[in-house]
Design a protein around this ligand. Structure first.
Ligand SMILES: Nc1ncnc2c1ncn2[C@@H]1O[C@H](COP(=O)(O)OP(=O)(O)O)[C@@H](O)[C@H]1O
Ligand SMILES: [Mg+2]
Length: 233
């Protein structure tokens, strides 16, 4: 579904991604684990067209998207819940969700919203309140819901569990499992390596811009190198 080949991304003189090659098959949850600064967000931002690679290619469902505009990429079926959630805190929850559907011209936006809100009752309860009044966990749910409003076939999640209390982290990963069961393809980046590997069909380890390992989530959970570096020994 998504194929990335030989991706090189720079910020000025700093190389953030070095010859990154990976793929995501339809229906999979694929996790990228890596420490702070490894290049995880850069990878997702490049897929979304927000950062342009110097070289390399990204194809989605057979179409090259490396030079396609970010809004068109959303329209093609890729949406992202960004790091730090980036919800619009001075707008209502309902308005945030409507913005998630900004590329759609069909008449099913409200009915889709209702469907998602059945699964996210805590978001529904807050529908007419300012999004800024929500807790961190609720804001994360809203960010995921907003990303779903464009009807993505590929959902990019950037550190959805960051800064959340343990019970909310569990809730977020339950949502990821639910979306997986609904057939949404997911590319997840996380510093929470244990959870990210548990939920993943396959995963990649990103270290200072380089993919250094890839395997099934299960195999990486017991890989000695991964245990040593990312799972606390
Ligand atoms: N806008 C930017 N300008 C310059 N350097 C950046 C920018 N964004 C990220 N970087 C650098 O690129 C590298 C990868 O960052 P990032 O993709 O945010 O990593 P991660 O999400 O894994 O923490 C880091 O060295 C970071 O400092
Ligand atoms: Mg990041």
């Amino acid at each position: 579904m998504l194929k990335i080949e030989g991706l090189n991304v720079f910020y000025g003189a700093i190389q953030a991604l070095n010859d990154v090659t990976l793929e995501v098959n339809e229906g999979e949850v694929v996790s990228i684990i890596g420490s702070n600064g490894a290049g995880k967000s850069t990878l997702l931002r490049t897929i979304s067209g927000l950062v342009r690679p110097r070289t390399g290619s990204i194809t989605f469902e057979g179409q090259e998207i490396t030079t396609v505009s970010p809004d068109r990429i959303v329209q093609m079926g890729i949406s992202q819940s960004p790091e730090g959630r980036r919800i619009f805190t001075n707008m209502s929850v309902h308005e945030n969700l409507q913005l998630g559907a900004f590329t759609r011209r069909d008449s099913e936006v409200e009915s889709d919203m209702n469907k998602f809100l059945d699964r996210f009752p805590r978001v529904r309860e807050r529908l007419n309140q300012n999004a800024g009044t929500m807790s961190g966990g609720e804001q994360q749910m809203l960010a995921i819901c907003r990303a779903l409003m464009s009807r993505p076939r590929l959902l990019l999640l950037d550190e959805p569990s960051m800064g959340l209390a343990p019970n909310l982290v569990t809730e977020i990963f339950n949502v990821i499992n639910y979306l997986h069961s609904e057939g949404v393809t997911i590319l997840l980046v996380e510093q929470n390596a244990v959870r990210a590997l548990e939920v993943a069909d396959r995963a990649y380890v990103l270290e200072t811009g380089n993919i250094v390992l890839s395997d099934t989530g299960k195999a990486l959970l017991t890989n000695p190198k991964v245990k040593e570096a990312y799972l606390g020994g």
